[in-house]
Ligand binder design. Sequence first.
Ligand code: MF3
Ligand code: CO
Ligand code: CO
Length: 250
Amino acid sequence: MIDYKEKFEKMKIAGNLASETLNMLTNEIKEGVSTDKIDQLGYEYIRDHGGYSAPLFYRGFPKSLCTSLNHVICHGIPGKRILDEGDILNVDVTTIVDGYYGDTSRMYSIGKISVKAQNLINVTYESLMKSIKILKPGLKLGDIGNEIQTYVEARGFSVVRDFCGHGIGEKFHEPPNILHYGKKNTGMELTPGMTFTIEPMINSGKYDVKILDDGWTAVSKDKSLSAQFEHTVGIKDNGYEIFTESVKVM
Ligand code: MF3
Ligand code: CO
Ligand code: CO
């Protein structure tokens, strides 16, 4: 058996900085604040704590983190947009510390949000956590997707197909792809030492995606609300570890 302990220690440090960045943003994300301000605060916090923001200049991405608002599914680019009461926002932070990556995202609500939006957020978070709780060696990738898809579809929402979780470690994105839908007992088997993200994107309407002219912003084609949560996890001999866990979740 390969010893993955040292790698896990480093991934926990990178992952923890990413989740602490999201914690720090909790009090900053409110009505009247621009998504550019969130980007700036995230960049500075990560820099000041010995890390680097992985998205900055990644494949030409212009900012340090992703801000995906309302019907934006993922890869929203921070800009001049001012947050308004009723908005729901996903902030996705990826750090590099000592050569290892930590990738996590969560939802923030601005003031009072609709019952439907809150339900979408709750179901998306639960689907991620349910899929994490079953992780252990021998489980198959299809079991992860199936867990998420079954839970989400039973509640009337849809799983986005065009984006997936990914292997992560000393690279931002590496094999395998972690699909958020699928059939039980299919696909690659999990083995101790594997590290990857699970990051379901859930739409309140249909799952079809449109990419905007900036080449990044992915929106729901039917303009329905979309939510996402992401954790970076590792498979251990007897289960799993979440590297991006934090006290505050929503
Ligand atoms: N953090 C995203 C993920 O979960 C990737 C963002 S890539 C960027 O994989 F270039 F858009 F930042
Ligand atoms: Co990711
Ligand atoms: Co991410």
